[in-house]
Design a protein around this ligand. Structure first.
Ligand code: ADP
Length: 511
């Protein structure tokens, strides 16, 4: 908070005319502005509910439109003043509003005795090109660990309750990513329910966080059953996940011991070989929610109808703003897994002479910077089939903790996958010779093998029999075209692009 006051104060002193603060917790930002203003600046507020409002008392003064409010502010006076405009992002494209903001900004910069700094507080960041040069965007991060700890302690002092230090430590981590206002609300809710704050209240935090995800719209919480034992093969990947899982499950201790917070994992390679399965298994292993980023929604259109050129419309940065909000939401829910499925669809073609376009490039920039700087406990799991269309920066060391290549399952892996799917359906009898089936299924992926098991069991049922035999499975294998046949060109393209990169195999080679 102190740093924020200094930063905002410095911008005001430097006569920055319009300061845009994208945030959803207006209460704490208002406190900062009030602190900067002190006795020196009068503060007037505009909001859509009441028009012109007394900033300090919140009493309505005059019901007016934004233009009327700005015209009034432009006319008056030499008294130093802050204008606080709330949620006006929708009007910033209007010529009249732009002209008035420009006029105020110019007077602030060049007219003697005219001091008027405009603050725009808004949940969305939308910057029209016409105002770009006059606006300073001030991104305010969520409170850090020490701020959060202080907040909890303050709360316990004010309410006169004791909270154990170990609970404070745990809660501090769970609260990461939430704003001051949101933290205060959850503490209050927990306190109101039984007059104390205990370890049980952690589930309350999680429930509240899930609400944020639902509201954000760009992320989806995935519910699933699978765990790491449902993955056949991919032993290197599984061993790595188990290690990181041990860290993630004891983050507080691990961090105190100097261990880095795990950042993320990227899996590239053949479709239908267990990448999505591994994303789910990670969430199960780490004991955290799985959020899937819907890339299509970042652009406000379904992925299939994505016409990026057309989206580059009225406002600069609409898609990046969506991306930023999605990432902030993930931080608010952290610890969590953020699953970016088929990441190549979002970021392909960047840097090509023809295909690269500025929206995707900037979107990619936003994502990379976030990946690089993130200190939160959002563990990113990115999956991709085709590595050749991915920008190389994404694959560079330091972005993800590890990159794994996923290939078609080898013999031993095929045996295990068949076993898993037979066991799942309670049909794993001793008479089945899986080795025979493995021999006939070269070039099949995990999804093909699953469908062999599924279809054989369906046939069995329809024929009114009980015991599944090797022959039943082999009959289906004969009828099935594995992915290497059905998508021959695609599979050989993925194979050759994988060979060009030196990426750790997810499978153990000696199997
Ligand atoms: P992708 O690699 O394209 O993300 P998925 O993980 O979605 O593939 O696999 C599709 C389905 O195929 C899974 O839900 C699972 O039933 C089966 N499958 C694929 N790979 C494996 C595997 N290694 N072990 C067990 N089942 C698998």
């Amino acid at each position: 908070m102190k740093n924020m006051i200094l930063e905002v104060g410095a911008y005001v002193d430097a006569l920055r005319p319009i300061i845009y603060i994208p945030h959803n917790d207006f209460t704490s930002i208002e406190r900062v502005i009030e602190n900067v203003a002190q006795e020196e600046f009068d503060i007037v507020e505009f909001n859509h509910g009441y028009g012109y409002v007394d900033f300090r008392t919140k009493l309505p003064k005059t019901n007016c439109s934004l233009s009327e409010f700005l015209r009034y502010a432009d006319d008056i006076s030499n008294e130093p003043r802050f204008l606080v405009l709330k949620d006006v992002h929708g009007e910033l494209g209007e010529p009249e509003v732009q002209a008035l903001l420009k006029s105020i900004a110019m007077k602030n910069l060049y007219k003697e005795d005219f001091y008027c700094t405009v603050f725009i507080l808004s949940t969305s960041l939308v910057v029209p090109t016409e105002l770009e040069s006059l606006m300073t965007i001030l991104e305010i991060g969520a409170p850090d660990v020490s701020d959060i700890e202080e907040l909890i302690k303050d709360f316990s002092r004010v309410q006169d309750i004791d909270i154990e230090q170990s609970i404070i430590d745990e809660m501090t981590l769970s609260f990461k990513g939430l704003s001051e206002f949101e933290i205060y609300q959850i503490l209050n809710l927990a306190y109101q329910s039984n007059g104390e704050i205990t370890a049980e209240d952690k589930s309350l935090i999680l429930r509240e966080k899930e609400q944020f995800v639902k509201k954000s719209g760009m992320l989806e919480i995935i519910n699933f059953q699978e765990d790491i034992d449902d993955i056949g093969g991919l032993e290197n990947l599984k061993a790595w996940l188990r290690r990181k899982g041990r860290i993630f499950n004891h983050l507080d201790q691990a961090m105190k011991a100097g261990v880095d917070i795990p950042k993320g994992l990227m899996m590239v390679g053949m479709p239908g070989c267990g990448k999505s399965l591994a994303a789910k298994a990670t969430a199960k292993l780490f004991n955290v929610p799985l959020l899937r980023l819907d890339i299509g929604k970042l652009f406000n259109v379904p992925l299939l109808r994505l016409d990026i050129g057309k989206l580059f419309g009225k406002y600069v940065g609409e898609s990046e703003d969506n991306m930023r909000r999605a990432l902030k939401t993930a931080e608010a829910v952290s610890p969590c897994i953020l699953w970016v499925d088929e990441i190549e669809k979002a970021f392909s073609g960047i840097g090509d002479s023809g295909g690269g376009n500025s929206v995707t490039t900037r979107l990619f920039g936003t994502f990379l910077t976030w990946m690089q700087e993130k200190e939160s406990t959002v563990f990113v799991v990115a999956t991709a089939n085709d590595i050749s269309s991915l920008p190389p920066e994404l694959l560079r060391k330091g972005r993800f903790d590890e990159l794994f290549s996923v290939n078609l399952p080898n013999k031993e892996e095929r045996r295990r996958i068949i076993d898993i799917h037979l066991t799942k359906r309670q049909k794993n009898n001793l008479d089945i010779d899986t080795i025979k089936i493995v021999k006939e299924t070269e070039g099949f992926n995990g999804a093909d093998l699953e469908s062999v098991v599924r279809d054989a069991i369906e046939n069995l049922y329809l024929e009114g029999r009980d015991t599944l035999t090797t022959g039943d499975l082999l009959d289906v294998v004969k009828e099935t075209k594995g992915i290497s046949t059905s998508l021959k060109d695609k599979i050989s393209q993925i194979k050759s692009s994988l060979e060009k990169f030196d990426i750790k195999p997810a499978s153990r080679m000696d199997e």
